[in-house]
Design a protein around this ligand. Structure first.
Ligand SMILES: Nc1nc2c(ncn2[C@@H]2O[C@H](COP(=O)(O)OP(=O)(O)OP(=O)(O)O)[C@@H](O)[C@H]2O)c(=O)[nH]1
Ligand SMILES: [Mg+2]
Length: 457
């Protein structure tokens, strides 16, 4: 640190969003741009801001290091996107910004598997509270009721067994997965504690091969009030397993996010349009539950004054942290035709603005971004939108090896979310990444720098 930089500003940034939303790719692009900073290609704050003395530090105790080198290497040498995230991880770095005279920056970013945020509603609720929450969601939504029919039948049974209940709830969760409904909790049914994801299969096979909770002998499912009153022993077993699950799986991730100074919420508009109205509704519910638990906004007791004072007087390890900035970002903008990119932003805003607006002491902004631009644009032809890229799948959805660039069509974006739409009605085909081979040459990005300028300040 230079002698003038008498303090350290610590920025803790959590990135959340459904599975496959683009969190890991965003972090990889962001780290690459900070480490090999070129102000002409990545504008952090003002146009002349340079980053100096970038160094990577060890993650905090209890955290695995975010595998930046592996993710970048997969993009460059493998020509593939990084693999899905199997466990939570943290990346820590320190650098100086030319526009910060007296302070250097300690940046900590957090990456989580998207599946885990479906469990956020467990925190702050005991087993009975969580059961009520899940069962109310099922009761009030016909999409859920249809998927959960095996479970609803089982809980209507006067004397159900533990095995029967667990199996019926597994069938219900399998139906949710197969209907693109991501509110699957306990999320270990979708991504187990060892990081193994569920593979596409029949509901019966998924129910046979997957577990609820920490694993065999530690499974639980929600129970309605009547069954809770009728079988206190079963409740005691499930409540103990639920509590252990919360301690081991849910609390560590959510506590880290809670201590962040800024949260990036990725809303993959392309995936929600392609997935259908059920996926939109679930994403909204999951975000609602998560943001309720994280409770972003100015701290009711300490407030902005204490926060300012703590920045001046306390070493960074002792400063209180809470989320005061929320960035809602629509990723994969390069899969949307430029004609529609403003609509992408407007759809993001319409989905979540009310939530952010209802909270005091919160700064929030909306972004549309591309972390690794992997397409080229062709002019729209009689209302049809074409891009050029290396397609990852054929017309039947089968994976293709990397090949030559091709023209492909993407759906136009609506001005507002439709009131109903089916999965497959919109299509934004996946493409292989376009990543420069040179290690110190970060990928082409759009608005990742604007997002970074907002969350790192
Ligand atoms: N074209 C394009 N595709 C992207 C971009 N970012 C992500 N993707 C696509 O989205 C997929 C998922 O990205 P990830 O970053 O792994 O998603 P994630 O949110 O980390 O997902 P989980 O680890 O499952 O929670 C990638 O495999 C790409 O197909 C982008 O900037 N441009
Ligand atoms: Mg990931």
């Amino acid at each position: 640190m230079s002698i003038f930089r008498v303090k350290t500003t610590e920025c803790r940034v959590g990135v959340v969003g459904l599975y496959n939303a683009g969190k890991t790719v965003l972090l990889t692009s962001l780290i690459n741009h900070l480490q090999d900073h070129d102000p002409d290609r990545f504008r952090l704050g003002g146009p002349d801001t340079r980053i100096r003395k970038f160094s990577t530090l060890n993650p905090d105790e209890g955290w695995d290091a975010f595998n930046y080198a592996g993710c970048r290497d997969a993009l460059v040498h493998g020509g593939r996107w990084p693999g899905k995230t199997r466990d939570r991880s943290q990346f820590v770095c320190r650098f100086e910004r030319a526009d910060w005279t007296f302070s250097d920056c300690l940046l900590k970013v957090y990456d989580l598997p998207g599946e885990r945020i479906a469990d956020a509603a467990m925190l702050g609720r005991d087993f009975a509270g969580w059961s009520e929450h899940i069962l109310a969601l099922v009761a009030n939504d016909s999409g859920y009721r249809n998927c959960c029919r095996p479970f609803l039948t089982e809980i209507a049974n006067p004397a159900p067994t533990e095995a029967g209940l667990l199996r019926a709830y597994k069938l219900a969760l399998a139906n949710l997965i197969l209907n693109f409904k991501p509110l699957v909790s306990p999320s270990t049914f979708l991504l187990d504690v060892k990081g193994q994801p569920a593979r596409p299969d029949t509901p019966e096979n998924l129910a046979d091969s997957r577990f609820l909770g920490l694993g065999p002998g530690a499974e639980f499912c929600p129970l309605p009030a009547g069954l809770r009153a009728a079988d206190p022993e079963l409740v005691a077993r499930f409540a103990a397993r639920h509590a252990e699950y919360v301690d081991r799986v849910v609390r560590p991730a959510v506590s880290a996010l809670r201590s962040c100074t800024a949260l990036v919420v990725l809303i993959d508009v392309t995936m929600l349009l392609a997935g259908g109205v059920g996926m939109y509704d679930d994403n909204k519910q999951i975000l609602h539950d998560l943001l309720d638990v994280l409770s972003p906004g100015e701290h009711p007791v300490f407030g902005p004054l204490a926060r300012g004072l703590s920045k001046v007087f306390l070493p960074h390890q002792l400063r209180p942290g809470w989320i005061t900035k929320l960035a809602f970002a629509a990723p994969k903008m390069d899969l949307v035709h430029p004609t529609d990119r403003d609509r992408m932003l407007a759809l993001t805003r319409r989905m979540v603005e009310k939530y952010a607006d209802n909270r005091d002491g919160l700064r929030y902004e909306f972004f549309n971004l591309a972390s690794v631009v992997s397409t080229k644009v062709l002019p729209a032809e009689s209302g049809r939108r074409y891009l050029v890229g290396v397609p990852m799948r054929d017309a039947e959805g089968r994976k293709l090896p990397p090949g030559p660039e091709q023209r492909f069509e993407v759906s136009p974006l609506p001005d507002d979310w439709p009131t109903d739409w089916k999965s497959g009605q919109y299509a934004f085909p996946e493409v292989y990444p376009q990543m420069p081979m040179r290690k110190d040459y970060p990928p082409e990005q759009v608005n990742v720098d604007k997002l970074a300028s907002f969350v790192i300040d």
